[in-house]
Structure formats: C-alpha cells, structure tokens
Design a protein around this ligand. Structure first.
Ligand code: PMV
Length: 324
C-alpha cells in the first residue's frame, strides 16, 4: 500500500465514435447494446490527479478549479475504494483541455483519467483492459479512451466481458477530425436519458443493432486495409442511423440544430467539388468532419465563410492514457 498518501496524475484523451454506442442492456454496469469503434484525439484531453489521504473528512473534488459534490464521481471513487479494500477519502483535481461545450465527450477523457490516476493512488495495479472496465462504470465512452488511435469497446454481457481494446495504435491511416464548435444552449437531454428513450421506444432499435454490427465489421476492415473512403462513408452513415433513433423515439427529440444541418450541407458541397470529407455528430449539435491532411485547408476555408476561427478545431489521432 505504498501508493496510499501519494498523488498520481493521469492524462487521457477524448475520443469520437465512428461506430456509435447508443443504448444500454444494463444501466448499472453500463453494458452497451452494441460494440463500438472510435478514434482517440490528440488535441483534447483531461488531466486528473488523485490522492487518498487519511486526514480528509470527505472527498474533495474540483473540476477546472471549481468544487463539486457530483454524486457520480463519488460513486466512482467508492468503486475504486471497494476494489482496493480501503476506506480513505480522496482529493481529486481534474482539468479539462476540451473546448467548452465542444460536443467532444469530456466525460470519456475525464473518467479514463480518473480511473487510471485513482486506481494507482489506491494501490491497485490494473492492466489496460481492467482500466477500461473500470472507466466504463463512469461513462461508457471512457472505456475506449484508455486506448490511443483506433479503439473498440467489446459489448460483452457482464462486468468482466465488456471492455475496450486497441485496434490500431499508432494509426497508420492519414486521418484528421475538424470539430466545429456551434453555439447552442446546454443540451436538454443527456446521452444517458436519450439512449434510454431510444432503446425503450424507437421501433427501429432492433434494425439499428443489426446494422451497427455490420458497420462495426466494415469499419474494422477499413482500418486494417487503410481504406479511408470506406471508413468515412460508413462512419457518416452510422452517425445518421444513430440520430434517426432520436427522431423515431417517443417522445421524439433531436440533438442537431440549424447550424449542424448547415455544416452537413457544406460537407456535401465540398464532396461534390472533389474534396473528400465526411461528417459525424454525437449527443449535441456540434459536427466533426473526418478528412485527410491535404484537405484540411480547403475545408477550413469553406467553414470560415460561416464560422469564426475559434469555432474550428483540428485534431489528429491521440495517444493512450498515461501517468504523468
Ligand atoms: O459515454 P456517454 O454516456 O457520454 O455516451 C456517448 C454517446 C455517443 O457519444 C453519442 C456515442 C459514443 O459511442 O461515444
């Protein structure tokens, strides 16, 4: 237990799903209804420090220097305490280097870094697979942020069989993402609530599972074959298939806004002009454009007609989680 009383800091990068996770078979354990694939991004990450300290009377948690009593984080610390067989409180300091409300899942990098720093500080020595299973309990997408480059989350059926793994890291393919940070109100429907409504009420849910399993194989093969076009095309289709589960739910809801549709149209126009690029969106209005290096410039030029420079963020593939 020599780690107890020492502070450990971990850095984890966020990821964008190419095959989306949208729905849980088990809400408590966060067992998804389908396997998913993502690209970890280098530009956006979270640094989290944890120390278990016998002098603390309660958990002290700050995110970007603001104190929080977030029950989800405390429950997550309880999980670590239980695994390590300790009952000490922790001091947690987390800094998100993810643009505010960029629709870039900061919960993925947040829980991946908390799982890594927290387990180490509690004296646990976990493998990447075990870290991914722990991170999963905080946020589903965090399962994949333990890994760099192209990563997958094997759906599994229980706590021990639902984990992340690396498909390819470092990434061989020339691939980048351009995130367009659209100004919008904070989302009314969280991903947790949204996926529950879709899972329970969309009449298309069974078709989504069937189709998304095919999309998984297609993208996995595209990564292995270095086939950017198939990867981009399939990721775009998969994103729209996910968003169709929001429109077809009861009550129906929508994450996209008029600016999202504008960016989608821009991507289609760019493609007609011979500039290969694809779009994807998560549980928010912001659009991420998937492209290759030589097309970053013309895409940014086009976007600049409508959006300011600070709304446009370019990122390449990022690394796996690490202690710093
Ligand atoms: O991990 P959560 O609960 O933030 O859900 C993530 C959901 C999507 O970002 C829309 C898809 C995904 O696989 O990351």
């Amino acid at each position: 237990m020599e780690n107890i009383g020492k502070k450990y800091t971990a850095r984890a990068h966020t990821n964008i799903a190419l095959v989306k996770y949208w729905g849980k078979e088990n809400e408590e354990l966060i067992i998804p209804a389908n396997s998913s694939i993502s690209l970890t991004l280098d530009e956006f990450y979270t640094d989290t420090s944890v120390i278990f300290d016998s002098t603390l009377q309660k958990d002290l948690i700050t995110i970007n220097d603001e104190i929080t009593d977030d029950k989800k984080i405390i429950n997550f610390l309880d999980l670590i305490r239980k695994k390590a067989g300790i009952n000490l409180y922790a001091k947690v300091e987390s800094y998100n280097h993810v643009p505010n409300s960029a629709g870039l899942a900061s919960s993925a990098s947040a829980y991946a870094s908390l799982a890594t720093a927290g387990s180490k500080a509690a004296g646990l020595e976990l493998s990447d697979k075990e870290l991914s299973m722990l991170a999963r309990r905080g946020s589903g997408s965090a399962t994949r942020s333990i890994f760099g480059g192209f990563a997958a989350w094997n759906k599994g059926t229980d706590d021990n069989t639902s984990y992340g793994y690396s498909i390819e890291d470092p990434v061989k393919m020339d691939i980048n993402m351009i995130a367009i940070v659209l100004n919008g109100n904070p989302k009314k429907i969280s991903s947790r609530v949204g996926m529950k409504i879709s899972y329970e009420t969309s009449p298309f849910y069974d078709s989504w599972i069937k189709q998304t399993n095919d999309d998984f194989s297609t993208i996995e093969n595209a990564i292995k074959n270095g086939d950017f076009s198939t990867l981009g095309k399939t990721a775009e289709l998969n994103a729209m298939r996910m968003h169709s589960l929001t429109l077809s739910a009861d009550p129906s809801y929508l994450y996209l806004n008029k600016d999202s549709l504008l960016v989608i149209e821009m991507v289609k126009t760019l493609r007609e002009q011979g500039i290969e690029c694809y779009y994807t969106m998560d549980a928010g209005p912001n659009v991420k454009i998937i492209c290759q290096k030589n097309n970053i410039k013309p895409i940014i030029n086009k976007l600049s007609n409508q959006f300011s420079q600070d709304q446009i963020k370019v990122s390449g593939p990022g690394e796996k989680v690490k202690l710093i």
